[in-house]
Design a protein around this ligand. Structure first.
Ligand SMILES: [Zn+2]
Length: 278
């Protein structure tokens, strides 16, 4: 397991067909764009409406469903609900999830600054696993499986955004790069990471790798088992496209969206080249 396909003629034809058209071997994953909190999942949240809104402004990757919606990549798995219902980017098992000890496993019980957000509720956690987390991951896994079956490879593009700055004591306010590329030591080829960084600089933006956030999602079925699945996270600084105080788009939205699409295309071009060596 873990090697590329066998270069069969069917695959070669598929690759040929992909050269200029849509790229269905790409699966775009957008986990944090929604603000929707249905009453049945939100009833245990103990923050006031105002506190919850402030927390949502801080934590929601607002508009990423539009930012990462390049038409060439029609396979998109977008989380339906807010991360305050369920953070689908977290490990299913809290024992594997580093953020769980801060109350931010897949069902948050604490805010970013450690304030109590909801009381622990095992029954609700089970319900959320069954109704939200598992169906989301089934969709993601099925999309990756489908790409592997049809094209012998898959590229997962994990689309996020992050706040423009952070307060880090004792250093004060730290400014952050325009883009952050998150990598996985097993699923992100170094060349893919480097190609994206080059492209971002060429477009006139600053970029860091795994700073401020690291990693890139891969479904557990393939995680650190199957090299045919490549994964990369593209994180966009919110100052480029939105006003974080009221979660509205800024004048830079469309320009940033086009830049994000160009970065995504660059990732796909790299993977197409990779495929030629099958
Ligand atoms: Zn995110």
């Amino acid at each position: 397991m873990g090697r590329q396909g066998d270069g069969s003629s069917v695959q070669s034809i598929a690759v040929e067909a992909l050269k200029d058209g849509p790229s269905p071997f790409v699966v775009v994953h957008v986990p944090h764009a929604s603000t929707e909190i249905p009453a049945k999942y939100g009833k245990s949240i103990i923050l006031s409406q105002k506190q919850l809104w402030r927390e949502q402004c801080r934590m929601t990757d607002a508009f990423c469903d539009e930012l990462y919606d390049a038409p060439e990549f029609p396979v998109r798995i977008v989380a339906e609900y807010s991360r305050f219902v369920c953070d689908v980017e977290r490990f299913r098992d809290d024992r594997l999830e580093p953020r769980a000890k801060f109350g931010q496993g897949l069902m948050y019980t604490r805010t970013t600054f450690g304030k109590r957000l909801r009381l622990p509720d095992d029954e609700l956690r089970e319900e959320i696993l069954r109704e939200v987390y598992d169906p989301h991951h089934e969709r993601l896994t099925a999309a990756v499986e489908n790409a592997l079956e049809r094209y012998g490879k898959c590229l997962v593009v994990d689309g996020h955004s992050f706040p423009s700055s952070t307060i880090a004591k004792p250093l004060g306010i730290l400014t952050r790069p325009d883009f952050d590329i998150g990598t996985d030591s097993y699923h992100t080829p170094d060349g893919l990471r480097d190609a994206l960084c080059e492209k971002i600089k060429e477009l006139g933006y600053s970029v860091k790798v795994n700073t401020p956030f690291s990693g890139a999602i891969t479904p557990m079925k393939f995680y650190q088992k199957d090299k045919r699945v490549s994964s990369i996270m593209i994180e966009t600084n919110r100052r480029l496209y939105m006003n974080s105080s009221d979660m509205t788009k800024s004048a830079g939205f469309e320009k940033t969206r086009q830049a994000v699409h160009a970065i995504m295309r660059c990732a796909v071009d790299y993977c197409k080249l990779l495929n030629n060596t099958l």
